[in-house]
Design a protein around this ligand. Structure first.
Ligand SMILES: [Fe+2]
Length: 212
């Protein structure tokens, strides 16, 4: 979380953070289970009444919304590195928003990311919307995980295919974690074991997703 006011060059401001405007009260009886995490353990607490039976709220913790469409991307003459998309920072991880924007505008700019390895973080990307269908191995709602140290970047042919491109319509959310992510069994079931082979073929691609 940030402390103090967001500066004028921030890609969003306090006005973009939406807090609840009305309280919806559920005055109901039943068996309501609240999962509480303490340390590494999750315990279940059963209530005989709906936990949302309050008529008012005051305190330090409350739900709030930041809509990714309110993120105003910062663009540059040459390629801007991923931290320019940073939206949140928390202990152990950051969240970045890749939103529709104009691409690098230097006449000789290569408007896609360079190949790289993250030496200090795992990189997880969730592809929400936009024109990434032509990126190999990626489709709507795909999640990619590039662990710490694994080289990755544009697919073969994409540099030439993207020269002169003026804008991207992508929407993607990235989480970089500073300690390794561990796969759950559910995640292992979704795993595409051939993803790493998507860099193998040197076929031209019209437009790739920028958020790498
Ligand atoms: Fe990356």
């Amino acid at each position: 979380m940030s402390t103090g006011s967001l500066m004028e060059h921030s890609p969003y401001c306090e006005r973009d953070i939406k807090a609840p405007e009305e309280l919806v009260t559920f005055d109901e009886k039943g068996d309501y289970v609240i999962k509480v995490k303490k340390g590494n353990q999750v315990v279940s607490i059963h209530y005989e009444f709906h936990p949302f039976d309050v008529v008012g709220w005051d305190g330090f913790y409350f739900p709030w919304i930041f809509n990714i469409n309110d993120f105003m991307p910062i663009t540059g003459k040459i390629h801007m590195p991923p931290p320019i998309h940073q939206t949140f920072a928390a202990p152990g991880f950051v969240i970045c928003s890749f939103c529709p924007r104009l691409l690098d505008y230097h006449p000789l700019a290569v408007p896609i990311p360079y190949n790289h390895s993250n030496l200090d973080s795992d990189e997880m990307l969730y592809y929400v919307d936009g024109n990434f269908a032509s990126r190999k191995g990626i489709e709507f709602a795909s999640i990619s995980l590039h662990p710490n140290g694994i080289p990755h970047g544009p697919h073969p042919g994409t540099v030439d295919a993207n020269l002169g491109k003026k804008e991207t319509l992508e929407v993607a959310v990235m989480m970089d974690t500073f300690r390794p992510l561990k796969l759950t069994n559910f995640a292992k079931e979704m795993n595409d074991p051939k993803y790493y082979l998507s860099w193998n073929e040197a076929e031209p691609i019209e437009l790739i997703n920028e958020g790498q």
